[in-house]
Design a protein around this ligand. Structure first.
Ligand code: TMP
Length: 209
C-alpha cells in the first residue's frame, strides 16, 4: 500500500535542481503535506558512502558495469531503508535524481544497453515508479557556465566531456518524450521565478489527483 507520492527531479548539473527542490518542499509543507527530501546516489548511510566512491574517486578506474551496479546498490538501500517506509506512512518523497539518471548517464553517457539497466530496475524497484518526474532541461553550454560560476571542484561526472553531457541530455529528453505522463520536461533555461511558477502548477495538479 502506498499513500504518499514519490516525486523525482532530474537535470544536468547547474539546471537549478536544488533551488527548485527547496521550493517544492516548502510548497508542500505549507499545505500540511508531510514530505522528506533525499537524493541519489545517497540518502542513507550506505548510499552516501557509495556516492563518495562514485563522485570523488579521481584516480579510480571504474568499469561502466561497476558504476551501474553501484548506483543500483545505493538505490536498493535507499528504497528499503527510506523511500518505501516513508511512502507507506503517507509521507511524500522528493528525490534529487533517480533511475532516469541511470538511463541518462550510464545509458546515454556511457553507452550501456537500456535492457541491462531495465533488468536491474525491475529487480530493485519491483514495479515502484515515481508518480512524477520533473526534468529541468538546460542546454549544455548553460549548465557548464552555471557550474563554472559556482566554482566548486568538479566531481567525476562533471569532469566528463561536452560530448558525454550532450548524450546525457539527449537521453533525458528522449525519455521525457517517450513517457510524457510521468516525466514533465521543464525549460530551466528561463529565469528561476518562471520555472518555479511552472513547477507550482504541476504540483497543484498532483495534489488534486
Ligand atoms: P548531483 O545529484 O549532485 O547532481 O550529482 C550526482 C551525480 O551522479 C550526477 O553527476 C549524476 C550521477 N548519477 C549517475 O551517473 N547515475 C545515477 O543513477 C544517479 C542517480 C546519479
Amino acid at each position: 500500500m502506498r499513500a504518499g507520492k514519490f516525486i523525482t527531479v532530474e537535470g544536468s548539473d547547474g539546471a537549478g535542481k536544488s533551488t527548485q527542490i527547496d521550493f517544492m518542499k516548502h510548497w508542500l509543507t505549507e499545505r500540511d503535506i508531510p514530505v522528506i527530501q533525499t537524493r541519489e546516489p545517497g540518502g542513507t548511510e550506505v548510499g552516501e558512502l557509495i556516492r563518495s566512491i562514485l563522485l570523488n574517486e579521481r584516480e579510480a578506474n571504474f568499469s561502466d558495469g561497476t558504476e551501474l551496479l553501484l548506483v543500483f546498490a545505493a538505490r536498493m538501500q535507499h528504497l528499503d531503508e527510506r523511500i518505501r517506509p516513508a511512502l507507506r506512512k503517507g509521507c511524500w518523497v522528493v528525490c534529487d535524481r533517480f533511475t532516469d539518471a541511470t538511463y541518462a548517464y550510464q545509458g546515454g553517457g556511457r553507452g550501456i544497453e537500456e535492457e541491462r539497466i531495465a533488468v536491474l530496475e525491475r529487480w530493485v524497484q519491483k514495479g515502484l515508479q515515481p508518480d512524477l518526474t520533473l526534468f529541468l532541461d538546460v542546454p549544455v553550454e548553460v549548465s557548464l557556465n552555471r557550474a563554472r560560476l559556482r566554482g566548486a571542484l568538479p566531481d567525476r561526472f562533471e569532469r566528463e566531456s561536452a560530448g558525454f553531457k550532450e548524450a546525457v541530455r539527449t537521453a533525458y529528453r528522449n525519455r521525457a518524450l517517450a513517457d510524457p505522463g510521468r516525466i514533465r520536461l521543464v525549460d530551466a533555461g528561463r529565469p528561476v521565478e518562471m520555472v518555479r511558477q511552472e513547477i507550482e502548477k504541476i504540483l497543484a495538479g498532483l495534489i488534486e489527483v
